[in-house]
Write a protein that binds this ligand. Structure first.
Ligand SMILES: [Zn+2]
Length: 101
């Protein structure tokens, strides 16, 4: 009995948490692509629906507030990742600001 429980625990430990960021596979190419729309500052990738949106500076500031990060001097080399967006939900949730590698 003791052994069975132990095995079960080992199996549970072996199961890795799924890497959410891979679920919609944000492509490295897309991250590095120049912004398409004039006047936009930064791109946001939504893991909830797989959409990428280009944000105006005002929108970027809104997302930086949601991400609780300082607004960078330049949005170049940055992008946002969110768990939901205005397309698949009411607003952006669980926003993170990331640096383009
Ligand atoms: Zn979305």
């Amino acid at each position: 009995m003791q052994t069975k429980i132990k095995i079960k625990e080992d199996l549970l430990d072996a199961i890795q948490e799924p890497i959410i960021e891979d679920s919609f596979g944000i492509s490295e190419d897309k991250i590095k692509e120049p912004l398409y729309y004039e006047g936009t500052a930064v791109r946001c990738f939504c893991l909830g629906c797989g959409t990428s949106t280009e944000l105006l500076p005002e929108g970027a500031i809104h997302l930086a507030e949601l991400a609780e990060v300082d607004i960078p001097l330049s949005w170049n080399n940055f992008y946002f990742v969110s768990q939901s967006c205005i397309i698949c939900a009411k607003d952006y949730y669980e926003v993170n600001l990331k640096k383009i590698k």
